[in-house]
Design a protein around this ligand. Structure first.
Ligand SMILES: *Cc1c(COP(=O)(O)O)cnc(C)c1O
Length: 399
């Protein structure tokens, strides 16, 4: 029996604690039920999976390498660090695995239009990309504040043919973008598919996103068995909503010898309250129609990495924490920046600031382990998008 037990409504139960599920208005529930039915129907459909695998290979560029970071490992003098190279995918991150899977499902469902939310713009770009490819009109909701902070990604989405709508309620950031996308979905579910970007939201999204991202862990497992002849001692990844992490972790979850560690953004330091680490410093609660750990004061939500800046987290991570299958800890802005610079210099790989959180943790962990031990780090994306921000930070605060 797997350590992961889920009801058919997407509820994870850990003793008294319950995560996931779906707490939404009736109209939205009807739309979600249709998505859940379609996902159930096509998830194991051979033709669907042949098509998905074709595009994963020919369009995304899978499989990507599991790279032994020998320079970094030897410099640190401990465990061997392997990097799962999601940064080498088309569009530069893991998000395309999920947008590709969901757009194929949207096609099967006969959708005439796709909508999505985006914070930093990465998911918006990945959605606009697959919609261009499959010739579906697409509307991206983005907080008005974020459209200004991430103007380049707005332009990218527009180049790809998407319409970007600024969400102007509340704080005008990701939370409001999700609210508006859900409202659009409830009102237009006849012809519209909501393509959600992380392992969060009401059922079936967390399970569907896990399903499409699990290709990361399946490949990594086969690759480490081929290269080292055994399972790793640790798998680790950064956790925003938790999609790249659950994609790596899930295929290892029943291998109890493998330690699972999720790295949250500690921002300016957990003690300052300015972070985005609900599993490290939050409490069980609810957000956007599902139950999960949430931050104490979500208005203080902050990370150096815009893609990690979410006050909630996926229900499955909440569950892994509650049952003790995974450990979650935080790495702060400074440590992430240091790892960003170190991996660039030592391995010639510029990681996304998001991924740099996981790299930073591996850099702390490796020297405490034996040279025969193995850590797999998910390099969720490349850092090209972050170089201007890093240049600015270094001007203010040289390393
Ligand atoms: C969006 C993003 C993340 C965070 O999202 P998850 O759903 O937690 O994976 C991490 N890394 C990169 C490169 C991203 O673009």
């Amino acid at each position: 029996m797997s350590v992961v037990q889920i009801t058919d409504k997407g509820v994870f139960q850990a003793g008294e604690l319950v995560f996931g599920g779906s707490q939404v208005p009736e109209m939205l529930q009807a739309a979600l039920d249709k998505v859940a039915d379609a996902f159930r129907r096509y998830q194991h459909d051979p033709e669907f999976n042949d098509e998905l695998n074709y595009y994963l290979r020919q369009y995304v560029g899978r499989e990507n390498p599991l790279y032994y970071a020998q320079n970094l490992s030897e410099k640190l003098g401990g465990a061997k660090i392997y990097l799962k190279r999601e940064d080498l995918n088309h569009t530069g991150a893991h998000k395309i695995n999920n947008t590709l899977g969901q757009v194929l499902l949207a096609k099967r469902m006969g959708a005439k239009r796709v909508i999505a939310e985006t914070g930093a713009g990465q998911h918006g770009v990945a959605t606009a990309t697959v919609c261009a490819m499959f010739n579906l009109p697409c509307t991206i909701y983005m907080g008005e504040v974020d459209t200004k902070r991430q103007a380049l990604n707005v332009f990218r989405m527009e180049l790809l043919g998407a319409k970007v709508v600024a969400a102007t309620s509340g704080n005008r950031t990701l939370k409001e973008a999700v609210d508006e996308a859900l409202m659009d979905f409830a009102q237009n579910s006849e012809d519209t598919f909501y393509l959600l970007g992380s392992a969060v939201g009401p059922h079936p999204y967390p399970l569907m996103v896990r399903h499409f991202q699990s290709v990361i862990g399946r490949e990594a497992k086969a690759q480490i068995l081929e290269q080292e002849g055994r399972l790793p001692d640790y798998v680790t990844a950064c956790v925003g909503g938790g999609s790249n992490a659950i994609g790596l972790f899930y295929p290892f979850v029943d291998d109890l010898s493998v330690k699972i560690v999720g790295v949250e953004p500690g921002g300016q330091g957990i003690e300052t309250g300015h972070h985005a680490a609900p599993l490290t410093a939050g409490h069980p609660g609810a957000i956007h129609g599902f139950a999960c750990y949430v931050m104490e004061n979500s208005e203080n939500c902050h990370s150096i990495a815009a893609g990690l800046d979410y006050p909630g987290v996926g229900p499955e991570h909440s569950y892994y924490k509650a049952i003790g299958r995974a450990e979650y800890l935080a790495v702060d802005d400074k440590e992430a920046l240091h790892a960003f610079l170190e991996l660039s210099r030592v391995e010639g790989i510029i990681p996304a600031l998001e991924s740099s959180h996981a790299v930073a943790y591996a850099m702390k962990l490796a020297p405490t382990l034996q040279r025969t031990q193995i850590i797999i780090v998910n390099l969720s994306g490349r850092g090209d998008k972050d170089v201007a921000q890093v240049a600015e930070m270094l001007e203010d605060n040289p390393e």
